[in-house]
Design a protein around this ligand. Structure first.
Ligand code: PHE
Length: 393
């Protein structure tokens, strides 16, 4: 800690001069307290040593500052000033004892605060330090932790920029969605078994509402396909990044909250070849040009035909390893040609299924972040441990 207070010799024992010295001591204690609290907010292992040193310096029995003012100020005072000096020193002693104990308690409390609270405390302290009577520009600055883009956001942005470069625009939609957008307009009829494939979190207490108006946490970004088509007439090319929720138990590869990037292209003559070419290009842009893609038939109510896309394993280049479970492939996304039944829901906005065609895809951004940054547990993304997150700065 810089600029430690030392008790000055007294040349002039008149009350006025001594009061000035007392006030300087008070200001010094205030500064050192602020500095101590800043040290506390760093929450270093060795902080208890600093705390002890601070205590000893001020309250230590033989050489502490309290003993020193007793010695230098009071004992050194000529007889005719003793009474007045004694009063000032006594008062000061009580104050110092109280303030030092308070500072120590405060510092101890701060050293066990959460990150967010600590940041608030340190910004208040900066104010105290700035309000000092004299500004000592030789004091070290207040170190502010540098923020970093969250790895999942980084992956989302990267995915989005790959599609922006192909002329896609970006669209967003609400995380609390109606049953209509999340399911019905995507060709999941009420009570259709396909709804069971997504463990949905419904908002409670909505029994009195008609089923299609009931609110839920969206299970995928696909509802924004419908919202986008309601707003924009064809031709469209959009990507939709966002958060989604499913009632999944958390483990190394599952989280009840995760992220997707949806894509939708609608025009007059879009074919499955366009879909394949687009996704093959995107995967190469994200994972490197050696990566190959594989399309396998699948099912989604809102696309027909549908496919599951895998990329050749980026760790073993397709030879087979632990990450790809010896298959050589890593499944990354679902896609397909927009089902004509979906266009029926937005037909009035120019989407006559006899005239337009399109493709859609949806990929898990967290999954992609895990692969790109070599992380083996999705939970790490959401636990908020700064030591993990700052590696992506
Ligand atoms: N919404 C699907 C899912 O979450 C993915 C998907 C999007 C499939 C678009 C096809 C087309 O599993």
């Amino acid at each position: 800690m810089p600029e430690r207070y030392t008790v000055p010799k007294v040349e002039n024992y008149f009350t006025e001069a001594l009061s000035k010295s007392a006030n300087e001591l008070r200001a010094a204690l205030k500064r050192e307290t602020a500095q101590l609290i800043i040290e506390a907010s760093k929450r270093d292992q060795s902080f208890h040593l600093e705390l002890k040193a601070f205590r000893d310096r001020w309250l230590g029995r033989k050489t502490g500052i309290i003993s020193q003012i007793n010695e230098i100020w009071l004992h050194g005072a000529p007889a005719e000033h003793k009474k007045a000096v004694g009063q000032i020193v006594n008062e000061l002693r009580g104050e110092i004892e109280r303030d030092v104990i308070e500072a120590i308690d405060g510092a101890q409390a701060i050293s066990s605060l959460s990150d967010v609270d600590v940041r608030e405390v340190t910004s208040d302290l900066k104010q105290i330090l700035l309000e000092r009577d004299r500004l000592d520009i030789t004091l070290p600055g207040i170190r502010r932790p540098v923020g970093a883009e969250h790895p999942v956001i980084k992956a989302l942005n990267e995915i989005v920029s790959v599609f922006k470069a192909m002329g896609y625009s970006v669209s967003e939609g609400p995380e609390i969605e109606t049953d209509y957008y999340n399911f019905e307009a995507l060709n999941f009829p009420p009570n259709h078994p396909a709804r069971d494939t997504q463990d949905t979190l419904f908002i409670a207490g909505q029994q009195s509402k008609p089923p299609r108006e009931r609110l839920l946490l969206r299970t995928h970004t696909s509802p924004v396909q419908i919202r986008t088509m309601e707003n924009l007439a064809p031709p469209i090319r959009v990507v939709i990044p966002g958060k989604v929720h499913r009632n999944d138990a958390p483990d190394a590869s599952h989280s009840p909250m995760f992220h997707q990037v949806e894509g939708l292209a609608v025009d007059t003559s879009i074919t499955f070849c366009d879909l394949k070419g687009t996704l093959d290009h995107a995967m190469k842009a994200l994972f490197g040009s050696r990566v190959r893609t594989r399309f396998q038939p699948s099912f989604f109510p809102f696309t027909e035909p549908s496919a599951e896309v895998a990329i050749s394993c980026i760790f073993c280049r397709g030879k087979g390893c632990r990450t790809c479970k010896q298959s050589g492939w890593i499944e990354l996304l679902g896609c397909g040609m927009v089902d004509p039944n979906v266009f029926e829901f937005v037909r009035d906005n120019g989407y006559d299924p006899a005239k337009v065609s399109g493709f859609a895809f949806g990929m898990g951004a967290d999954r992609i972040a895990l692969l790109k940054y070599g992380v083996d547990d999705i939970q790490l993304f959401f636990q908020g441990d700064v030591r993990f997150l700052e590696q992506f700065a």
